[in-house]
Design a protein around this ligand. Structure first.
Ligand code: NI
Length: 169
């Protein structure tokens, strides 16, 4: 089932999510829904907080569904290693219509549980590294807009407030 994606300003997006203690059928269903919602958007990553569930789960597929082997599901993930720097454009399904060039580590190693509950370690470079770190941020209540500074941030926040006031957000 495709679930509605919450937008910047919704409280659950701005709070840290809680770890999962047991992978129940409800959690499996949530993951299936998140994958379906991500592909439908279309997007390359989606965190549970974005569908209003404050739990530490995200899904990602930098191929956008073109390579079945690229689908990544993480439960209780943690970043164990980062290095280098990359500057690329970044956006978010919860901040539609906006993007910004921002710095991220060029490489990231993330450890956590896979959908079947087994431990997995995934190393990403380039877009995957960026995506993994963007989704990790979501689980801590941080959106890419929160990482911007100064005018760039003010401009986006002001435009979102304006859209909210006119009921277009
Ligand atoms: Ni996002």
């Amino acid at each position: 089932m495709i679930r509605p994606v919450l937008r910047y300003g919704e409280q659950v997006l701005h709070q840290a999510a809680a770890p999962i203690t047991e992978i129940t059928p409800d959690i499996q269903q949530l993951i299936d829904d998140m994958v379906q919602t991500m592909y439908a958007a279309p997007g390359i990553g989606l965190a549970a907080t974005q569908v209003g569930v404050p739990l530490r789960i995200f899904v990602a597929d930098v191929s956008g569904g073109h390579n079945p082997g690229d689908l990544v599901t993480f439960i209780n993930p943690e970043v164990v290693e980062v290095d280098g720097t990359q500057y690329e454009d970044e956006g978010c399904l919860s901040v539609p219509g906006f993007n910004a060039t921002m710095a991220r580590p060029a490489r990231a190693v993330v450890k956590g549980l896979a959908r079947n509950g087994r431990e997995q370690v995934i190393e990403g470079t380039g877009l995957l590294a960026r995506c993994l770190q963007h989704e990790m941020d979501h689980l801590d209540g941080t959106l890419f807009v929160d990482r911007l500074r100064g005018l760039q941030k003010d401009l986006i926040v002001r435009r979102i407030r304006k859209l909210s006031r006119s009921g277009k957000w």
